[in-house]
Design a binder for this molecule. Structure first.
Ligand SMILES: *Cc1c(COP(=O)(O)O)cnc(C)c1O
Length: 231
């Protein structure tokens, strides 16, 4: 067994155990975060059956997406900060964007989504614990943004994403995830939306995220090893 194979097995074991602990078996999708990792590593993961990959840097991602276009069934998720001048590349190469945090960006993605492609799946990034990275809409501003994005025809609002400040203890990790899960439920109810995705949980906190209802965990380090540059 290759080391990539055993790292995927270990991550699936963690996910499965956390799902069982919350009676949520089969409800969590693994998004493999491949930023800074070469295309051949993604191809190796594809051979193991992985289909969903997350990328943070537009040019690096577009290069890999182009190189790997012969692989069937790949689903590309953009999860990094979004600059206005990159929205066209994102709208034309990705299936999902998890990091939308203002209407202007959503509007551009909508307008630039190619007609031949289905609507782009969107998660709104919520700034839940005043993380230093200033990305993310506040909880106060979230409902209005969600309603506005849900009305853009070339986008499909799927849910919420969050990156809480790192905490070592699982007991402390859960509270911010719960806030995101509660926000999704209350916005769906009050505004008659049908968001179905909670993109939350990384290598250090996937158990806490799953306990609070994550439907997609974004895992890099535990699958591909530490990243050596750019961060
Ligand atoms: C890098 C990154 C991840 C993966 O983090 P790990 O701790 O390596 O699992 C997840 N989500 C986002 C938004 C990231 O930028």
């Amino acid at each position: 067994m290759t080391s990539l194979n055993s790292q995927f097995d270990q991550v699936f074991a963690r996910i499965h155990k956390a799902e069982q602990a919350s009676d949520r078996e089969g409800q969590v999708k693994l998004l493999a975060v491949s930023k800074t990792k070469p295309a051949n590593m993604i191809a190796e993961a594809w051979q193991l059956g992985q289909r969903d990959f997350g990328e943070n840097y537009v040019q690096e991602a577009v290069d890999k997406i182009t190189q790997l276009s012969r692989l069937k069934g790949l689903v590309w998720h953009f999860i990094g900060p979004i600059q206005s001048n990159k929205t066209r590349d994102i709208a034309s190469h990705f299936h999902w964007v998890h990091s939308v945090d203002r209407f202007k960006i959503a509007q551009r993605l909508n307008d630039q989504r190619p007609e031949k492609l289905p609507p782009l799946n969107i998660c709104l990034q919520v700034n839940i614990s005043q993380e230093e990275s200033k990305s993310g809409v506040t909880l106060a501003e979230l409902p209005e943004l969600a309603v506005a994005v849900s009305q853009l025809p070339r986008l499909r609002l799927r849910g919420l994403m969050a990156i809480p400040a790192p905490q070592a203890e699982q007991s402390k990790q859960r509270a911010p995830f719960k806030k995101v899960a509660d926000a999704l439920e209350s916005i769906n109810r009050e505004h008659h939306l049908t968001m179905d995705t909670l993109s939350m949980g990384m290598t250090g906190d996937l158990e806490a995220a799953i306990a609070e209802g994550a439907t997609m965990v974004r895992i890099g380090t535990a699958l591909f090893g530490a990243r050596s540059h750019k961060e």
